[in-house]
Design a protein. Structure first.
Length: 442
């Protein structure tokens, strides 16, 4: 028997094409969802873009049949619009006090439908509290799970391998000899992933950092010591791995996942500046930094001043990292640095082509997979994409560690073994002992 899936507005805003992802079942769009989506069409940013796209999709299907009877979807399901007038008595069952909200009315429609269909009805919403209220009324409720990754993100943080090998292998690496991965087969418990980084150790005295390349086998990874890259040195193996990925011209996309204080943003920025400012290493025209613009409080469009003034508060962490890299001369270089580093909201990337740009997407865990796709598809010739974030520190109320842009993008590129993609896991806090205490115990 076909099931009914009642969609909340936030599902359409998260993924305008979500109605195609419920197999051969009934997809129900309540009147209130149409009203809310219409109200969001003129919103700035992704909400407005996705609301307009969802509206176009729904309107397109409405012309293909009688919307009062249901319209067949390409996947065999049926699209229904629930425009029936709700009796006040039904709404009051879920909202006995005060003025009923839009969520109350959507829940009332799901409840009424569930009672008439022996419970084969699910309210699909990314709103945690609405799911809780629905279950209290006996209505099955679920998150939109189509774009959630199956991988437990915590497993990634245990995937950086340190392997005991023979001293001969370490010596061969330092002599610059070309090594096939077969030399490690006696030491590995699983097959290596494409572009996987490893720390090889021979006893306690010898160690080497390597990267596994599907084409070239194992190659050595330098530890960034001495003067460092733009003054920033690697303090552990994972930071050396990230420097390697960011500086490698053959690597076009990098994902750096790490808890707070592991240096992921600092290293990505230092490597980018080095390839923009240093004449010997120059590969890119500019570093472009994209961060989520929080909508808490006033929206960016209503803040006073020019765009630069509006977004400056959201880019304070990047300025802090720049100060760390440039040092005491930062204020003298502040004006000139804007020739090399550009802060840009995601809204202002749409429609552009970023040729020869080193693009850092910071705090990527607060962006949706569609946001990340928007940015990646803007990359032009000679561009590089570096994504950093902490999947356990998500501020977006409609995302979690399994469906945020950071983890979904990482999982998809890993799964498809994209040779130009590298992911690095950073687990050691280097900011300070106090930051380590906070990240570990709080």
């Amino acid at each position: 028997m076909q099931k009914d899936f009642v969609l909340d507005t936030n599902v359409l805003i998260h993924d305008p094409g979500s109605l195609f992802n419920f197999e051969d079942n009934n997809v129900i769009i309540p009147r209130e969802v149409i009203r809310e989506t219409d109200g969001l069409k003129k919103s700035r940013g992704d909400a407005g873009v996705h609301a307009r796209e969802a509206s176009r999709i729904l309107e397109g299907f409405s012309t293909q049949g009688d919307i009062r009877k249901g319209i067949e979807l390409p996947n065999g399901g049926t699209l229904h619009f629930d425009f029936k007038t709700l009796e006040d008595s039904v709404v009051r069952r879920v909202a006995p006090y005060g003025t009923p909200t839009v969520d109350d009315r959507i829940l009332a429609r799901a409840l009424l439908r569930a009672e008439n269909k022996d419970g084969l009805v699910t309210l699909v919403t990314k709103d945690l509290n609405l799911r809780l209220l629905a279950r209290n009324e006996g209505v099955t409720a679920d998150d939109y799970n189509h774009d959630k990754v199956s991988l437990d993100v915590r497993d990634l943080f245990g995937s950086q391998e340190s392997i005991q090998v023979s001293g001969e292998i370490i010596d061969s690496i330092f002599r610059g000899e070309e090594l096939h991965v077969d030399c490690l087969k006696d030491y590995l418990s699983d097959k290596l992933e494409c572009n996987q980084y490893l720390q090889l150790q021979a006893g306690k005295s010898q160690s080497a950092l390597v990267r596994y390349d599907l084409i070239n086998g194992l190659r050595s990874v330098k530890r960034i010591k001495g003067r460092g890259i733009e003054g920033i040195k690697s303090r552990n193996a994972a930071q050396s791995f990230l420097f390697d990925a960011c500086l490698d011209p053959e690597t076009l996309a990098v994902s750096a996942l790490g808890i707070a204080g592991t240096g992921k943003t600092l290293i990505a920025l230092a490597a980018g500046l080095n390839q923009v400012i240093d004449e010997k290493n120059r590969r890119y025209d500019k570093v472009v930094v994209v961060r989520p613009i929080s909508e808490v409080g006033e929206k960016v469009g209503y803040l006073p001043g020019e765009l630069e003034n509006k977004i400056d508060p959201f880019y304070a962490p990047i300025e802090t990292a720049l100060r760390r890299i440039i040092g005491t001369d930062y204020d003298d270089y502040n004006y000139g640095i804007k020739d090399f580093v550009e802060f840009r909201p995601i809204t202002y990337i749409r429609g552009d082509t970023l040729d020869k740009k080193y693009v850092i997407v910071d705090d990527a865990q607060n962006l949706s997979p569609r946001n990340i796709k928007t940015i990646v598809t803007r990359m032009g010739e000679g561009a590089k994409f570096v994504m950093t974030g902490d999947p356990f520190q998500i501020d977006n109320p409609f995302l979690d560690e399994r469906d945020c842009g950071l983890t979904v993008t990482t999982e998809e590129l890993m799964k498809n073994k994209v040779p130009e993609f590298v992911h690095v896991i950073l687990g050691e806090v280097e900011r300070s002992r106090l930051a380590e205490i906070g990240a570990t115990y709080l």
